[in-house]
Design a protein around this ligand. Structure first.
Ligand code: PLP
Length: 229
């Protein structure tokens, strides 16, 4: 078995254990394998181990991988910061976008999503860590942004995403995830049909699952430590 295959098995076991501890069905949490910086051969190994959803952060890098692995049944998720001059490539090549934090980006994606593809599945990124984070919209702006996005064509708003500041302590890890879940519930009560909480990474997926994550985005625990540029 490849190292990637055994890492994947270990991550799936962590997800199952966290679900059981939280009284949740393990099938209610989707694993997104974050393959940024890794070559298509690494994605191929994960694919052979049964992993079909992959997350990428960098447009240029991901387009090469998507081309090399076309017709493999992979669902590609764009999870990185998105500049307006890169929206067309994302709208044409990805199934999901997780990090939307302003209307202008959503409007461009809606206008550029090809008619022959299913609607682009999107999540709004919320800054639940205050000053410590530069990405994500402010919690006070979420309702207005989500309402505007849900009215756009060619996009389907699925839920919220967050990248909290790293914490070691389990209860400290849970707080921002709980905050995101509360905002999510307010939006649902307000009439938006949302089903996705994209939260939790290699170091804090148990805390995220405890607070209701439906997608965890895991890179290091599957592929190993990345070389930081
Ligand atoms: C890199 C990245 C991840 C994966 O982080 P790991 O710590 O390697 O699991 C998840 N989400 C986003 C948005 C990322 O940029």
């Amino acid at each position: 078995m490849s190292a990637i295959a055994s890492n994947l098995q270990a991550v799936r076991q962590r997800i199952d254990a966290a679900c059981r501890a939280a009284g949740r069905n393990p099938g209610s949490v989707q694993l997104l394998a974050v393959s940024k910086t890794w070559p298509h051969s690494a994605v191929q190994l994960a694919l052979e181990a049964g992993q079909t959803a992959f997350g990428e952060n960098y447009v240029q890098e991901s387009l090469a991988k998507i081309r090399q692995l076309s017709n493999c049944g992979i669902e590609w998720h764009f999870i990185g910061p998105l500049q307006s001059n890169k929206t067309r490539q994302v709208a044409e090549n990805f199934a999901w976008v997780h990090g939307i934090d302003r209307l202008k980006i959503a409007e461009r994606l809606a206008a550029q999503r090809p008619e022959n593809l299913p609607p682009l599945q999107v999540c709004v990124e919320v800054n639940v860590s205050g000053e410590q984070s530069k990405s994500g919209c402010n919690p006070e702006e979420v309702v207005t942004l989500c309402q505007a996005i849900s009215a756009l064509p060619r996009l389907q708003l699925r839920g919220l995403m967050a990248i909290p500041a790293p914490e070691v302590d389990f209860s400290a890890q849970r707080l921002p995830f709980r905050r995101l879940k509360e905002i999510f519930e307010q939006l649902c009560t307000g009439g938006l049909a949302l089903d996705t909480l994209s939260m939790g990474m290699s170091h804090d997926l148990e805390a995220a699952i405890t607070e209701g994550a439906t997608i965890v985005r895991v890179g290091t625990a599957i592929f190993g430590a990345r070389d930081q540029p």
